[in-house]
Design a protein around this ligand. Structure first.
Ligand code: HEC
Ligand code: HEC
Ligand code: HEC
Length: 429
C-alpha cells in the first residue's frame, strides 16, 4: 500500500516538476515560434512592449504551476495520513484563530439588515429555557455543571455561554442558533421552519447570564424532578418507557398534570382528544409537523409510548380559565363572533363547526381549543397562515381557514377560545 502510494507520488511529482520547468523556460509546444523576421522590423518601443508582455505571461505561468504544485503537495500530505485529526490535542493557535475570525466575520456579514422582534414576552424565555435544558445543556452546560465532561473534550470545546452572550447582538445569536457553525460541532436548529422558536431561544440566552443555579433550574425544569426518579403514577399504564418519558421529559414543559406552565409557551395537553394527541406526536416524529422542540422528543418515542402518553394526558381534567381582564372583553366578543359565524367576506368558515362549543358531533382528530393558552393558539394560527404548520392528515383544512384571517382576527379568536372552559364545549373522546 505505502509502496504504491510512493510510486503514484513520484509520478505526479515528476509531471508537476516537468510542467514548472517548461513554464519557466517558456518553451512553445507547437514549434511555430521560430518564424522568420518580418520584412518591416519592429521599432524599439514595440519590442519593449512585446518583451514586457511575454515576461508577464511567464510569471503568470509560473504562478499557475506553483498553484498546481501546492494543490498536489497538499493532496499528497493528506493522502500520507500524517495530518493529525485527533480532537484530544486541540487546534493549533493559527487554526483556532482562522476559525474564530471567519466565524465572527461571517456572522456579522450575514446579519446585516436583520431586525430582532420583541423578545420580552415572558413565555418566550420560558420556552427557550425548556429546550435549552434538553437540547443545548449536554454541550454548553448549566450553572450546576458548566463543563459537561463528555462535550468538554470536543475541538473546539463548546463554551459555557453566560460569559459569551454579551459579545453578540440578538440577531447574531439568532443566526448562530438557527444555522449552527460548520467545523465546530455546533448543530443547526432541528427544524428550518420555526424562526419563532429560535427567537424564543434568543430571549432565553439574553436572560441566561443573570440567572442563579436555582433560577435556572426553576425556569428550565419547573417542578419536574431533576433526579430523574420515575414517579409511580398509577394512572399511567403501558410500557415503562412512557412513564420514564413523562417524568423526565414531558413533565418539564407540559407538567405531570398536563396544564403546561404559566405564563404559556407550552400547550395544555390535559383534556385534549387522545386521537389528536397521538396523531400529533406521530406527525412530529415523521417531520410532518415542524418544531425544533417537539420533533427530537417525539422522534425518541415508540408508537406504543405515544399512544399511552396521549391516553394519559387526554384523561386529565382541564380546569376553567381565570376570568380575563376587562381590556380582553372586547377582543373576546369579536373572537366569539368569528367562531360562531365565520367571516363570509374573507371566506373564513365558523370555527364552532369543527372545534365547538356546541353539541354538534365532532371528528375526534379536531383538537379541543377551549381553555388553551391564547399565545399558543395565536402562534399556531400564524403558522397555519404562513403555511409553516403541518400536522395530521386533516391539517390542510385548517390551512385554508387561517389563510383568510388577518393578525388581529387571529388574536381575537385565540383570546375567545382561551377564555372558554372545556365543560362548555362538546369534548369528544
Ligand atoms: C453537540 C454539541 C453542541 C450542541 C448540542 C449545541 N452546541 Fe452551541 N456550540 C457548540 C460548539 C462546539 C460551538 C463553537 C465554539 C467555537 O466556535 O469556539 C458552539 C457555539 C455556540 C454559540 C456561539 C458561542 C460563541 O461565543 O462563540 C452559541 C450562542 C451556541 N453555541 C448556542 C447553542 C444553543 C442555544 C444550543 C441549543 C439549541 C446549542 N448551542 C447546542 C456545540 C454545541
Ligand atoms: C422542552 C419542552 C417540551 C418537552 C420536554 C415536551 N414538549 Fe410537547 N410541546 C412543546 C412545545 C413548545 C409545543 C408546541 C410546538 C409547536 O409549536 O408545534 C409542544 C407540543 C406538543 C403537542 C401538540 C399539542 C397541540 O395542541 O397541538 C403534543 C401532543 C406534545 N407536545 C406532547 C409531548 C409529550 C408526550 C412529551 C413527552 C414525551 C412532550 N410533549 C415533551 C414543548 C415540550
Ligand atoms: C373544517 C374544520 C375546521 C374549521 C372550520 C376550523 N378548524 Fe381549526 N383545526 C382543524 C383541524 C383538523 C386542526 C388540527 C390540524 C392538525 O394538526 O392536523 C385544527 C387546528 C386548529 C388550531 C391548533 C390547535 C393546536 O392545539 O395546536 C387552532 C388554533 C385552530 N384550529 C383554530 C381555528 C379557528 C380560530 C377557526 C375558525 C376561524 C378554526 N380553527 C376553524 C379543523 C378546523
Amino acid at each position: 500500500m505505502i509502496g504504491r502510494l510512493f510510486k503514484i507520488a513520484t509520478v505526479i511529482a515528476g509531471l508537476a516538476a516537468g510542467s514548472v520547468l517548461a513554464a519557466t523556460r517558456n518553451l512553445p509546444s507547437n514549434g511555430t515560434s521560430r518564424r522568420a523576421e518580418p520584412a518591416d522590423a519592429p521599432t524599439a518601443e514595440e519590442r519593449r512592449n512585446r518583451e514586457a508582455k511575454s515576461s508577464l505571461k511567464r510569471w503568470v505561468k509560473i504562478a499557475a504551476a506553483l498553484g498546481v504544485l501546492a494543490v498536489i503537495g497538499g493532496f499528497l500530505i493528506a493522502a500520507s495520513g500524517i495530518i493529525p485529526i485527533k480532537a484530544s490535542s486541540g487546534h493549533w493557535a493559527i487554526t483556532a484563530w482562522i476559525l474564530d475570525f471567519s466565524k465572527n466575520r461571517s456572522v456579522a456579514t450575514h446579519t446585516i439588515g436583520m431586525e430582532a422582534p420583541a423578545l420580552d414576552d415572558p413565555w418566550m424565555a420560558l420556552k427557550g429555557a425548556g429546550h435549552y435544558d434538553f437540547g443545548c445543556r449536554p454541550c454548553h452546560g448549566s450553572p450546576e455543571l458548566p463543563q459537561p465532561r463528555v462535550a468538554w473534550r470536543m475541538t473546539p470545546p463548546p463554551p459555557y455561554l453566560p460569559p459569551e452572550i454579551a459579545q453578540w447582538e440578538p440577531e447574531e445569536l439568532f443566526y448562530i442558533v438557527k444555522h449552527g457553525i460548520k467545523f465546530t460541532g455546533m448543530p443547526a436548529w432541528p427544524s428550518a421552519h420555526r424562526d419563532d422558536e429560535v427567537w424564543a431561544m434568543v430571549a432565553f440566552l439574553r436572560k441566561f447570564p443573570r440567572l442563579s443555579a436555582d433560577e435556572y433550574r426553576e425556569l428550565a425544569r419547573g417542578e419536574a424532578d431533576p433526579s430523574g426518579e420515575v414517579a409511580p403514577l398509577p394512572e399511567l399504564a403501558g410500557p415503562e418507557g412512557a412513564r420514564r418519558a413523562l417524568t423526565t421529559s414531558c413533565a418539564r414543559c407540559h407538567g405531570v398534570n398536563g396544564l403546561g406552565r404559566e405564563p404559556g409557551g407550552f400547550p395544555r395537553l390535559a383534556g385534549q382528544t387522545p386521537a389528536y394527541l397521538d396523531l400529533s406526536l406521530q406527525a412530529y416524529a415523521r417531520e410532518q409537523r415542524h418544531s425544533g422542540v417537539m420533533q427530537p422528543i417525539a422522534g425518541g418515542l415508540s408508537g406504543e409510548e405515544m399512544r399511552e402518553l396521549a391516553r394519559y394526558y387526554a384523561g386529565l381534567p382541564r380546569p376553567s380559565p381565570q376570568p380575563s381582564s376587562l381590556e380582553d372583553q372586547s377582543a373576546i366578543e369579536r373572537g366569539a363572533a368569528i367562531a360562531r359565524q365565520g367571516i363570509p367576506g374573507q371566506r373564513v368558515p365558523a370555527c364552532v363547526a369543527c372545534h365547538g362549543p356546541g353539541n354538534l358531533p365532532r371528528n375526534p382528530v379536531y383538537p379541543e381549543l377551549a381553555g388553551q393558552y391564547a399565545d399558543y393558539l395565536e402562534l399556531q394560527l400564524k403558522l397555519f397562515n404562513q403555511e409553516q404548520r403541518g400536522g395530521t392528515a386533516y391539517a390542510h383544512l385548517m390551512r385554508q381557514v387561517a389563510a383568510g384571517l388577518n393578525a388581529e382576527q387571529m388574536r381575537d379568536a385565540a383570546r375567545y377560545y382561551a377564555s372558554l372552559s372545556s365543560a362548555s364545549g362538546a369534548v369528544n373522546k
